[in-house]
Design a protein around this ligand. Structure first.
Ligand code: GLN
Length: 395
């Protein structure tokens, strides 16, 4: 993360976690509350998912599904996760030995790193990166190596990726569709990444939580579907983004049995299990027909267009995303240079909260003028936010 976000030394805290400070999401969401601003920072929908899914959770509580579920997750949910992977991607996993239910995708990532990494191993990831990747890698004792994605389309240099992989590299951590950029990695890009992973015998941890949030002709391709990759990939996703229940924290990992078994060994000492009634509700959610997913993406695409068009009118340089909840914008055209300072002042200037992308970079210069806005909000909320942001427009 950018140096200026690094906090003072925190008493008692292990050296592994010194310097991370408070998460940017916690800081910005607290600012949104204290200034009564519209929160386009943290990525959570302001409308809950389908009522029938909530009703399924309530029914599960009433039916008495309130004690520890099995450590790997309830059978019905594991079966539905396996069916989902088969239906959408033609990926086959045995629900009993190759699927693990976790406390959100973040626990699956943490458990994977803790299970697979020796202290001093290197983990390669793209920057900007979701902050938990850096935190979980640090907790596992790994060293992070980053390869920069460059706007406007967030391309990366394959030679830089090749050079980032050393004899100490054990894991490549991939995220597509990508937070915070909204990039959906193309088949060509994934094939080149896969080539390096096979050549250097890397394990891939693939965070695919935005898998159903893709727009236009962008198509989500799980890297596990590419030749040579299924056996070396842990595919991770969650119900939070797909069904708009981010607070339920039901996630999962799919991997070949030996890899999954290792992850499960670490996971059992983290949360052990979580969310028994929610597991039942998400098993039901995963049985919804295909048009549910299509409508989710179509609806979100409209809101992407609404926010991108509004931000352009304000005068931002907007990098329209191919997927996710997020759009990144450059503030330079507004006469601003420092995204962190800009985001800290924005609530007071006009009652809107965004997130400075510098929080997701090691290389300060690359992310300094970039800020992220979330568009998973009601159209009228986005309109109000755009109206408020108009004070930034240069005459
Ligand atoms: N994934 C969400 C985001 O990027 C929430 C992150 C969080 O609050 N830790 O905004």
């Amino acid at each position: 993360m950018g140096d200026r976000l690094k906090s003072e030394r925190v008493p008692y805290l292990t050296s592994r976690l010194q310097g991370f400070g408070e998460s940017i999401f916690a800081e910005m969401s607290a600012l949104a509350i204290s200034t009564n601003s519209i929160n386009l920072g943290q990525g959570f929908p302001d409308t809950d998912g389908p009522l029938e899914i909530s009703e399924a959770a309530i029914a599960a509580i009433r039916e008495g599904h309130n004690q520890y579920p099995p450590g790997v997750g309830i059978p019905a949910l594991r079966e539905q996760i396996a069916a989902h992977q088969r239906h959408f991607y033609d990926l086959t996993y045995d629900p009993d030995t190759e699927v693990l239910v976790t406390a959100g995708a973040t626990e699956a990532i943490a458990a994977s790193l803790l299970a697979l990494v020796e202290v001093g191993d290197e983990v390669v990831m793209f920057e900007p990166y979701f902050d938990a990747y850096a935190g979980c890698a640090a907790m596992s004792g790994a060293t992070r190596k980053v390869v920069t994605l460059n706007p406007p389309d967030y391309w990366f240099n394959f030679d830089a990726l090749r050079e980032a992989v050393t004899d100490k590299t054990r894991i490549l951590l991939l995220n597509s569709p990508h937070n915070p950029t909204g990039k959906v990695f193309t088949r060509d890009e994934l094939e080149s990444i896969a080539e390096i992973c096979v050549e250097r015998d890397l394990i891939v941890i693939s965070d695919e939580v935005y898998e159903h949030l893709t727009f236009d002709d962008n198509q989500h391709i799980p890297i596990a579907t590419l030749p040579g990759m299924r056996d070396r990939t842990i595919t991770i996703s969650s119900a939070g983004k797909t069904f708009s229940f981010t607070g339920w924290k039901i996630g999962w990992a799919c991997a070949p049995a030996p890899l999954l078994n290792a992850v499960r060994n670490a996971k059992q000492f983290l949360t052990y299990v979580n969310g028994a009634p929610f597991q039942h509700a998400i098993a039901f959610a995963l049985s919804l027909p295909d048009h549910y997913y299509a409508e989710l993406a179509t609806d979100l695409q409209k809101r992407r267009d609404q926010l991108c068009e509004g931000l352009e009118r304000v005068g931002f340089d907007v990098f329209s995303p191919g997927g996710t909840y997020f759009v990144t914008a450059d503030i330079s055209l507004l006469g601003e240079a420092d995204g962190l300072e800009f985001c800290r002042r924005l609530p007071v200037r006009c009652g809107v909260v965004a997130v400075p992308n510098i929080a997701f970079y090691d290389n300060e210069a690359a992310g300094r003028s970039l800020v992220r806005f979330a568009f998973c909000k009601k159209p009228e909320v986005l309109d109000e936010a755009i109206g408020r942001l108009m004070v930034l427009k240069r005459s």
